[in-house]
Design a binder for this molecule. Structure first.
Ligand code: N7H
Length: 451
């Protein structure tokens, strides 16, 4: 069984609070930092067991911590021993690989000056600020703030929805030995897909002891241009013969994401599907040209191609997401002008035991790959219409308009005609940067403090 008293709360369980602060810091005085880390910070760290029951949750705020490669090096840890070359390289060095434009990055993330991040989660910002003040008084001048991002659930009935209006965080892989019950449609994988040193960690057996039961935390500050996104939907309603313009716009948004805004209420049904045609579940035939129900390019199909791939391959590439929106609601002035003037988006967090198999693989080989999912009637489907990018410019996406799902509805097999039916003029999600972190176990934090 997993030692949930030793695993930080956010990795498997998620902290699931309405407010979450990401506080990015550098370490100025390693000796003082390490001594305070052991004596005063470690007792504050919230474990998986503690977050699972309300009565054991911390009174002010849940606290998790993670370190970048340069952070570990600054603390005297041999970080290359962890065996993850993407982590050691840092996210800024991989902008080309993951499709980011480095000139759009927040300067705080550009480079390798961030050594660590505190994740503080609570019901109120007051509580978060109280806990942050406590941590800052413990660590004093041994750390310096580099950047902070205040995340918050959206208000009222939008709670749980990201800024485009879709319910987020409802499809997570189940973790053997932890998730109970496994929901219909949830794929159960071994813990080593997320936790270093556990079963199915590709480097199980060769991880240093301080790294066991930790996880790589990929952080991304993803700005969302919500008024521009909404204007695009308004301008391109689908199926106007049978739908009202509003319904047609709703349909386009749903086909870009792969989910309806309005459907997400029942955890027993939310994941109980794949993309195969029920009457013809042979993935080599109809599934390869029929996108009537869900475009090949839809965000959730790109990011988790249920049934489009051999499960043995697909199971290598699961991530656990623990993101939260940041920034305020769209203002009236922004809505009226269809122009973003206030920064908002998603504070994206993903956990995995191997950054290449997880985030990098998804972003590079699936999301930003015009040919993925492979083997479909259309070899150039397009990038993910929500988060895929071709360098910021227009994106040709096929299959979004169900009226033209395929060049020849009676015989799509073998057709290589590319019905690029919708052109998305620009990216509505813009990466402002991020970093790769390692979230150690509690014993791992102790080892790092003694390094
Ligand atoms: Fe995505 N969105 O609101 O459109 N995502 N995502 N994501 N995402 C998902 O299933 C969204 C991003 C995944 O198992 C849903 O929880 C937005 C990145 C994966 O069926 C919605 C942003 C990466 C899944 C969104 C964003 C992923 C998933 C459906 C950025 C990885 C599970 C709700 C601003 C590199 C798919 C849900 C499955 C689901 C949205 C980013 C990956 C609504 C707005 C960067 C694996």
């Amino acid at each position: 069984p997993l030692n949930i008293d030793n695993i930080q709360a956010d990795i498997l369980a998620g902290m699931h609070k309405d407010k979450e602060l990401f506080f990015f810091f550098s370490v100025n005085d390693a000796a003082t930092f390490k001594s305070k880390l052991k004596s005063d910070i470690l007792p504050l760290i919230t474990t998986t067991r503690e977050i699972l029951a309300v009565k054991t949750q911390p009174i002010t705020a849940a606290v998790n911590i993670a370190f970048s490669n340069t952070g570990l090096v600054t603390l005297g840890v041999n970080s290359t021993a962890i065996g993850d070359s993407d982590f050691v390289a840092g996210q800024f060095s991989e902008t080309a690989q993951i499709g980011d434009n480095p000139s759009l990055w927040n300067p705080a993330f550009a480079g390798t000056s961030i050594h660590g991040v505190f994740l503080l989660a609570s019901d109120t910002i007051d509580n978060i600020n109280t806990e942050l003040a406590n941590i800052q008084s413990i660590l004093g001048s041994s750390i310096k703030e580099i950047h902070r991002l205040q995340g918050a659930a959206r208000p009222g009935s939008e709670s749980g929805h990201e800024h485009f209006g879709f319910m987020d965080g409802i499809s997570q892989p189940a973790v053997n030995g932890f998730t109970n019950p496994v929901l219909p449609g949830q794929t159960a994988v071994n813990a080593g897909v997320f936790l270093l040193g556990e079963q199915d960690d590709p480097s199980q057996g060769s991880r240093p002891s301080w790294a066991v039961d930790g996880s790589f935390l990929v952080f991304r500050q993803l700005q969302q241009l919500v008024p521009e996104f909404n204007q695009f939907l308004t301008d391109h309603p689908l199926d106007t013969d049978t739908l009202t313009p509003e319904q047609g716009s709703e349909l386009l948004g749903a086909r870009m994401v792969g989910r309806w805004k309005s459907l997400a209420a029942d955890p027993n049904r939310n994941n109980d599907f794949n993309y195969l045609i029920a009457s013809n579940p042979d993935p080599t035939t109809e599934n390869h040209f029929n996108e009537t129900r869900c475009p090949f390019s839809a965000h959730i199909r790109k990011a988790h191609p249920r049934g489009d791939l051999d499960p043995a391959v697909e199971n290598l590439h699961f991530i656990i997401r623990s993101s939260i929106p940041y920034g305020p609601e769209v203002t009236n002035a922004e809505a009226a002008s269809s122009t973003t003037s206030v920064d908002r988006g998603l504070a994206f967090v993903a956990y995995q035991s191997n950054i290449f198999n997880g985030f990098v693989f998804l972003q590079n080989f699936w999301i930003n790959n015009v040919g993925f999912p492979f083997g479909k009637v259309d070899p150039t489907i397009g990038v993910d219409p929500i988060i895929g990018t071709l360098g910021g410019g227009p994106k040709n996406i096929s299959g979004l308009d169900p009226a033209v799902p395929c060049p020849d509805a009676n015989n799509c097999m073998g057709q290589l005609d590319v019905s690029h039916d919708v052109v998305i003029p620009r990216d509505f999600v813009v990466s402002r940067g991020g970093e790769y972190f390692f979230a150690p176990s509690l014993t791992g934090i102790n080892d790092i403090a003694l390094a």
